[in-house]
Design a protein around this ligand. Structure first.
Ligand code: AMP
Length: 282
């Protein structure tokens, strides 16, 4: 695996591969890698000829400075697992190469409605930070295919919009969520849980399953309320438990029995904020 820190070096390296007609698959991450990240690398390997994984803990997407400071960093392990996974290039930029002019007056992206609901509403500025870093990473890698996790459902929608705004030819592939045996969605932040909390955390998955099995046409208010109450009674502080259209992300109150729906949840267990989601029907 080739490790590259400078965007200009990466660009030149990738251009050489592109000249040879190779397809480039990109997996951006913030490190502290787990099986979920590696499933994206594996998908990228299957669908492209050169895989690039980036590790960069992006300061501009953390609306909570404490969360940024406590974000786990396990670089040596990450390099080892990426090498074992057969990843080709690891892009490891520093904050000063990603943001050479600092982060105080960065550009704004018009992502509209997506910034006003759920993660956009509860994490002000978060998606601007995601767009700021992704526009720079996409500019450096210029991938044919971009592999993102459906675990960050709203983020996938934001990135699709960003690719349109940037008018890039990149195709985004949304990949399934990998879970622990008890259903807890794998996440770098899970490392911050005590063993007790780790057991409790899977309650989020139970709440999503209950919602899926309780789904019936008509008003969805009680279903959402029951899921939130279930989480609260298990010690969570719930930011939201919502059901939206899987296509346009509109919040759905009355279901016609046909529209594809996804349930999305964000909740704190102790200091750690978890997000998860589940497609509720076909
Ligand atoms: P992160 O390092 O958390 O920014 O995540 C990097 C990429 O991995 C994002 O596209 C995430 O959606 C994806 N990802 C995170 N957790 C999982 C998971 N459990 N299963 C599949 N993909 C994931």
């Amino acid at each position: 695996m080739t490790i590259i820190q400078q965007p200009s070096v990466l660009r030149a390296y990738i251009n050489n591969h592109k000249k040879d007609g190779k397809t480039i698959g990109f997996v951006p991450t913030m490190g502290a890698l787990h099986e979920g990240h590696l499933s994206l690398v594996s998908e990228a390997k299957q669908q492209s000829e050169v895989t690039v994984c980036s590790i960069f803990v992006n300061p501009t997407q953390f609306n909570d400075p404490g969360d940024y400071e406590k974000y786990p960093v396990t670089l040596n392990d990450d390099i080892r697992v990426l090498e074992n996974a057969g990843n080709n290039i690891l892009f490891l930029p520093s904050a000063s190469t990603v943001y050479p002019d600092g982060t105080s007056s960065l550009e704004h992206y018009d992502i509209g409605y997506l910034e006003t609901v759920l993660e956009g509403q509860y994490r002000p500025g978060h998606f601007q930070g995601v767009c700021q870093v992704m526009s720079r990473l996409l500019g450096a890698v210029n991938p044919d295919l971009l592999f993102m996790g459906r675990k960050d459902y709203q983020q996938c929608m934001v990135i699709k919009r960003l690719i349109e705004i940037l008018e890039m030819p990149t195709e985004m592939i949304a990949c399934p969520t990998l879970r622990e045996q008890d259903g807890l969605a794998m996440s770098s932040r899970n490392r911050r849980f005590s063993p007790d909390q780790c057991q409790k955390a899977a309650t989020i998955y139970q709440a999503l399953l209950k919602t899926q099995s309780g789904l019936k046409p008509g008003n969805l208010g009680n279903l959402k309320k029951e899921a939130a109450t279930y989480l609260k009674s298990n010690g969570f502080r719930v930011d939201y438990f919502e059901i939206t259209s899987a296509h346009d992300f509109r919040i759905v109150e009355e279901w016609d029995g046909r529209e594809a729906l996804v349930a999305l949840v964000a909740a704190f267990l102790g200091e750690v904020r978890l997000i998860d989601n589940m497609q509720l029907n076909d």
